[in-house]
Design a protein around this ligand. Sequence first.
Ligand code: PRT
Ligand code: ZN
Length: 288
Amino acid sequence: MLKDNNLKIAVQKSGRLTDQTLKLLKQIGLDFELSSSKLFAKCQNMDIELLFVRDDDIPEYVQDGVCELGIVGENILYEKGAKVKSLERLGYGKCNLSIGVPKKSKFKIKELEGQRIATSYPNSLKKFLRKNKINAQVIEINGAVEITPALNIADSICDLVSSGITMRQNGLKIVETIFESQSILVQNKNIESQAKQDLIEKILMRIRGVLKAKKTKYVMLNAPKNALPKIQKIIPGLKSPTVIPLSDPEMIAVHSVVPTEVFWEVIEKLKAVGATGILVSPIEQMFE
Ligand code: PRT
Ligand code: ZN
């Protein structure tokens, strides 16, 4: 049973966000096992319970205080218009809510006028249409929205896109993105318990540590001593690297943190200035 004094986190029961959400929660040190019913799980080491629900229900659960925290796609929050506090974007479940039209149509946004547009996101689409002063018929469909133009149920669609393959396979092209989304951690706006608020701060700090670590790698290398000034220029933000003398007095070992996004470039440049024995490892957590 859910206990009142436990902090409750709503997560998607089974879907695209589930694996990465559970992985993140394990990474921040929550020790839980999935029960057979899989409706909720109690953490063994903290006063936290996870509630497994459909993603569509998460905004309301958090808004109404059934759960203090939730992890959900921003697209669902936007669609539901939930009044919750956004804490941190989590970097996975990235997608766009986009409009797709049949490939052959020459498209200008005004051509949506009078069209039938199928979507599972009627509120988000209507907001977009209002903003652009377009009169169109919004047809609400739950699932397989992409086949509606072929079935002549709709003229175009508004759906989530990640790789773009689904739209392409159904003879559609993306002409407009109305919302960019990724998973996000949200909290209820009226948490009275200080203990729960403290726990939320703790969770948030740990999540930020994990996210920061994902953006960096730990690099160890050997290099000629006289290459150090060049190495310092190559590694962005490297002010005071860890420099270790080696048995060969002309050589040093350098340890440093390198941003993942420029990682390959940096390694190539390091090799070019004489770095050898380059070792790279992932960083699990990072705090400053
Ligand atoms: O059962 P429940 O209601 O919890 O799950 P669900 O079926 O409603 O959602 P689910 O698990 O499919 O998606 C959960 C969340 O993942 C979404 O709300 C988004 O925030 C995020 N997400 C990221 C996506 C996609 N990428 C995505 N590509 N959700 C859905 N899709 C679908 C899209 O609807 C389309 O059918 O994938 C297809 C397009 O993919 P591409 O790669 O072909 O472009
Ligand atoms: Zn859903």
